[in-house]
Design a protein around this ligand. Structure first.
Ligand SMILES: *Cc1c(COP(=O)(O)O)cnc(C)c1O
Length: 394
């Protein structure tokens, strides 16, 4: 499908925020479509009117549907999905279920997200396992050849970020999956920025575990996320926390952990958010992930080209195939200052600082960058307006 057939008008009409702001902060939190907003507020209203437990009971089918919707989105089975309050906790529930001993190696990416890396460091300190970043290739993405050379029997986990928080890079998740499968090493993929932005299938990628969030490219409500764990791995993983939802207290001295991925969930949850997440996934599926990806990558590439035309602007995105996250700096300007100026024009961006992806930022000598992340509902007119303003700042 060519980009011109994308019904941009409908996408914008479905999105109340489009009338208020120029929103290039989709990697932070995308604008919710009406349908998601209505599902969330509708359920909250129902809770107020008939009671929280009673509302959950009456929304039972919508809640269960969330697992089917996510499974359709990523090519899993419904019992392989846990719905968790954000991507970080989802990732943590997988990572902290693994056990490491001295000398075990964890291989990760240069562009790894801070929360993941902090967890690696904590486990390395506790267990004397080591964490090592796989070098990048000449395009700035994980070098599949370097990874191949690093493999030995001590490698216990390959945990990489698919699309980093601080740029347009898309790491070669599938090629990494092939190496993980061949070597029989567990593979945990942080797909927080890629889910909802591009087609993604866990069977094709070959990952064992995958974490994602609701509010970014999926356009779901805040405080939602999910974890995928491959069926035959679930029962080998003991979650770091258990409660009466994850396990059942069967006799005075004994509990049994559930057999499905919901062992990584906990009992109390934001039902309105969860229902809204399901609606957001259905909505993305209705647009089609191929079409979303075509549109998002086209818009981002237009934005990169237009920004590069401004003499004092430098665009920083790495990788062979680039996604909807566009990062740049303006000569002699602090990215925070750029961010404030844009905010004054109701143009939303965010600023990525060193500490969120330290290895990558230090390697590239970048202290911070402006992050302008586009979604399919953004327009070419917005790109022009944005670049026009940026060119006048610099
Ligand atoms: C945002 C982000 C996360 C964390 O997601 P939360 O839902 O905020 O926990 C993890 N990894 C990457 C690459 C991210 O961009």
């Amino acid at each position: 499908m060519s980009d011109t057939t994308f019904d941009i008008l409908r996408a914008r009409q479905d999105t109340p925020g489009c009338e208020q702001v120029l929103h290039f902060n989709n990697a932070g939190a995308a604008l919710m479509p009406n349908r998601v907003l209505d599902a969330v507020t509708g359920h909250l209203r129902l809770e107020a009117e008939i009671g929280g437990y009673e509302a959950a009971e009456s929304a039972h089918d919508a809640v269960e549907h969330v697992y089917d919707a996510i499974s359709q989105l990523i090519g899993s089975q419904r019992d392989e999905i846990a719905i968790i309050e954000n991507a970080t906790r989802a990732w943590d529930m997988a990572f902290y279920s693994l056990s490491f001993k001295p000398g075990d190696r964890i291989l990760t990416s240069i562009a790894e997200y801070a929360s993941n890396y902090i967890a690696f460091l904590q486990i390395a300190q506790r267990t004397s396992a080591t964490v090592e970043a796989i070098p990048n290739d000449q395009h700035g993405q994980v070098s599949v050849e370097a990874l191949q050379r690093m493999i030995d029997e001590r490698v216990k986990l390959i945990a990489i970020t698919h699309v980093p928080t601080n740029g347009g890079l898309v790491n070669p998740a599938m090629e990494i999956g092939k190496i993980a499968r061949q070597a029989n090493i567990l593979y945990l993929l942080d797909a927080c920025q890629s889910v909802g932005q591009m087609p993604l299938n866990v069977q094709v990628i070959g990952c064992d575990m995958l974490s994602a969030t609701g509010r970014k490219y999926l356009r779901g409500p805040r405080g939602t996320g999910f974890l995928y764990v491959r069926r035959d791995l679930i029962e080998q993983l003991e979650p770091p926390f258990l409660d009466l939802h994850a396990a059942t207290w069967v006799t005075k001295d004994r509990y049994e952990i559930r057999a499905d991925a919901r062992r990584f969930e906990n009992w109390e949850t934001n039902y309105a958010g969860k229902i809204g997440l399901g609606v957001a996934v259905d909505y993305a599926l209705a647009w089609g992930l191929e079409d979303i990806w075509t549109r998002v990558s086209h818009l981002a590439s237009t934005l990169r080209t237009r920004l590069s035309d401004i003499p004092q602007v430098q665009v920083h995105d790495l990788g062979v195939q680039k996604c909807g996250i566009v990062t740049f700096t303006v000569a002699e300007r602090d990215p925070l200052e750029i961010g404030y100026k844009l905010a004054g024009q109701k143009m939303n961006v965010s600023v990525s600082a060193t500490a969120s992806t330290r290895l990558d930022m230090e390697q590239r000598g970048l202290a911070s960058v402006v992050r302008a992340s586009v979604h399919y509902y953004n327009s070419e007119e917005e790109i022009e307006r944005f670049c026009d303003f940026v060119s006048r700042i610099g």
